[in-house]
Design a protein. Structure first.
Length: 256
């Protein structure tokens, strides 16, 4: 499904955010990526939809050579990749439903999105996505009226409205409290299990990685240093990934 081959991202000479990465992710997997800030987690996620292009090497997603796509083909590939952001990236003055419908823009002519003339079918897809994350009752609320956890669930619904083959979540719980963090991870996990969507999540909190990571990828200074099931992620393994002893800030303060 996703294949990195000697993939490198160099932001400036000698500064590599991703260093000769070789990694295969199968269709339908739920993968958690962990590492310190600056380890390359966000870079890895963002190369998959070419928000960050490779400096060298190869990257294939769903049979497409991401490193060698035309602009038109890249747009088509991005339509199949849903993105969930740490900062939610919602339009505050728009309604929840309008925000989720933005996940349909790849599939519609520009005039429909400009005038908000979404076909009934697309509105139904958006409503189903909201229902899946328990937010259908807030469809006509403004995004600005929502809590952080609710905003992130809308972000998940927007990604789902794309009907994607891959979902990328870049630190989706970094600004949320522990119970809300667990709720967001549970939604992502259930979506993966029910719909078979390949899901890749960047996390800082190691207990969340252990709890939800069917497979955990550990990065350190842009290099792959661990690849295995969450059940094998002991404190010693995490210390090897981080290159230091763990601190209280590396885990959530309480359980859901």
């Amino acid at each position: 499904m996703i294949s990195f081959k000697n993939a490198t991202v160099e932001y400036q000479p000698g500064v590599k955010a991703m260093d000769n990465l070789n990694l295969e992710i199968k269709e339908g997997e739920f993968v958690v990526v962990v590492g310190l800030s600056g380890a390359g987690k966000s870079t890895l996620i963002r190369t998959i939809n070419n928000l960050v292009p490779l400096t060298s090497g190869e990257l294939y997603v769903d049979g497409e050579a991401v490193h060698d796509l035309s602009r038109k083909k890249m747009r088509a590939l991005r339509s199949r990749i849903g993105m969930i952001f740490q900062g939610f990236n919602l339009v505050d003055r728009a309604t929840v439903l309008q925000n989720v419908l933005m996940g349909r823009v790849f599939k519609l002519p520009t005039w429909r999105t400009v005038f908000g003339a979404y076909p009934k079918k697309d509105q139904q897809v958006a409503a189903q996505a909201l229902n899946r994350v328990g937010m259908l009752d807030r469809a006509y609320s403004r995004a600005t009226d929502l809590s952080g956890g609710q905003r992130q669930r809308v972000g998940i619904a927007r990604a789902l409205a794309q009907e994607p083959k891959v979902i990328l979540a870049d630190e989706p719980v970094a600004s949320l409290d522990p119970p809300t963090s667990h709720a967001v991870m549970q939604h992502l996990q259930k979506i993966n299990q029910d719909l078979g969507i390949t899901t890749i999540v960047n996390l800082h909190f190691l207990d969340l990685a252990t709890a939800y990571g069917e497979r955990v990828i550990g990065l350190r200074e842009g290099k792959l240093v661990f690849d295995g099931p969450g059940s094998e992620c002991t404190e010693e393994v995490f210390e090897g990934i981080y290159g230091r002893s763990l601190t209280a800030e590396d885990t959530l303060s309480e359980e859901a």
